[in-house]
Write a protein that binds this ligand. Structure first.
Ligand code: PMP
Length: 389
């Protein structure tokens, strides 16, 4: 059998299971209304939570860096790829996150894999939330430590697992700050208390919380007034650019520079991304307006959908999962939304548990009131037509 025949058989199985994925082409910059596969759609599925990916100030700053430093960095950080922009951005991230130091990675995915594969040693244990992101799961798989899963945000279950793992050399609790499929916020205050009581370190992936939660958008640490040992983040969501980072103590960063393979053996971010992210963090920290607009839209969408009779998961985050239940119905719901000019994908098993297929909405600060109104009217009409409400 040729490799292509073998792969075609595997793809066929994916199709039969209803899990085949296809790429869609965006022909416009990230904004609420985009040309998706050649048709105008109001997009309710982007991570551009504050609308900064297409911000004119960021573009202007990026152009300056682009002209001065070119399009690529030409090497890894430890060879020729460490520009003054990388160092400036790391200092900016550290001050924004109220941590001693920060280290850039090419993506949040690689930051998580890097930390989890290099920090814990053999004989240690990683206590990982059941709904953690794929990059945390992969990081745990690459780690020499053992992994123990605790029930999603269930503090009594975490405490039980902490008690059971006292014989391991070290314990690391690892959690998303905001969970990407459920929109829930990790109870970081309680996690920190348990970590003190049972002698554990805490690693938080604040990918969806950075720029969004806390008065100044510093994330879940600011929201709960706590300081975990390691905070991972991404520049690709509310910050609107690309790249990942780790923040913590200076010693932690020194350790990662020397031991983390996804840092050492990767070409560094292009300086233009660093320049743009630097300006974006300035805007995020100084301006409350975008965050306030975002939270206003979140409140309206969630409360209206709930009042209509929909089951809506999550807390006050831009991730708003509307539970449809049946997988086929979720796909039909998403298609009908598309016919109404709205792009919001259906999320199906195995990404979410069986019977919990959903439309995963995300909202941004730049969606205007009439776009939100159109979304809500469409949900009401389709929900009634499909007998969900
Ligand atoms: N963590 C979480 C919780 C995420 O949702 C994502 C992106 N989907 C990542 C990490 C990875 O970040 P990046 O896109 O920068 O690789």
């Amino acid at each position: 059998m040729s490799i292509n025949q073998w792969l075609s058989q595997r793809i066929e199985k994916t199709k039969q299971a209803g899990l085949y994925r296809e790429l869609r082409t965006m022909s416009t910059a990230p904004q609420p209304k985009m040309l998706v596969n050649g048709t105008q759609k109001i997009v309710f599925s982007s991570n551009n939570y504050l609308g900064l990916a297409n911000d004119p100030i960021l573009i202007e700053e990026a152009l300056k860096t682009l002209q001065e430093f070119g399009v690529g960095s030409s090497g890894s950080r430890l060879t020729t790829g460490n520009t003054e922009w990388h160092e400036k951005l790391e200092q900016r991230i550290a001050s924004f996150k109220r941590m001693e130091a920060a280290l850039l990675f090419s993506s949040g995915y690689l930051a998580n894999i890097g930390v989890l594969s290099s920090l814990p040693e053999k004989g240690d244990v990683l206590l990982s939330d059941q709904l953690n992101h794929a990059s945390i799961i992969d990081g745990c798989r690459l780690s020499k430590a053992e992994t123990v899963i605790y029930k999603h945000s269930d503090m009594s279950n975490l405490e039980k697992k902490l008690k059971e793992t006292q014989t391991y050399t070290r314990r690391f609790i690892v959690t998303d700050g905001v969970f990407s499929m459920d929109g829930t916020i990790a109870p970081l205050d309680e996690i920190m208390k348990l970590s003190k009581r049972y002698d554990a370190y805490v690693i938080v992936d604040d990918a969806h919380a950075t720029g969004v939660l806390g008065e100044r958008g510093r994330g879940t640490s600011e929201l709960f007034g706590v300081s975990p040992d390691v905070v991972v983040g991404t520049l690709s969501k509310a910050v609107g650019v690309e790249g990942g980072f780790v923040t913590g103590s200076r010693v932690l960063i020194d350790f990662l520079i020397n031991h983390t393979r996804t840092f050492i053996f990767q070409t560094s971010l292009p300086p233009v991304s660093c320049g743009a992210a630097y300006t974006s963090l300035d805007i995020i920290e100084k301006s409350q307006e975008l965050r306030e607009r975002l939270h206003r839209q979140i409140k309206i969408i969630k409360s209206t959908l709930e009042a209509m009779g929909f089951t809506v998961y999550g807390q006050n985050t831009p991730i708003i999962p509307v539970i449809i239940g049946d997988t086929a119905k979720s796909v039909i719901f998403s298609k009908k939304l598309q016919e109404n000019g709205i792009y919001a994908p259906a999320i199906r098993p195995p990404t979410v548990p069986k019977g919990e297929s959903r439309i995963r909405l995300t909202v941004t600060a730049t969606h205007n009131d009439s776009q939100v109104e159109h979304l809500l009217t469409s949900f009401k009409d389709i929900g009634r037509e499909l007998k969900i409400i």
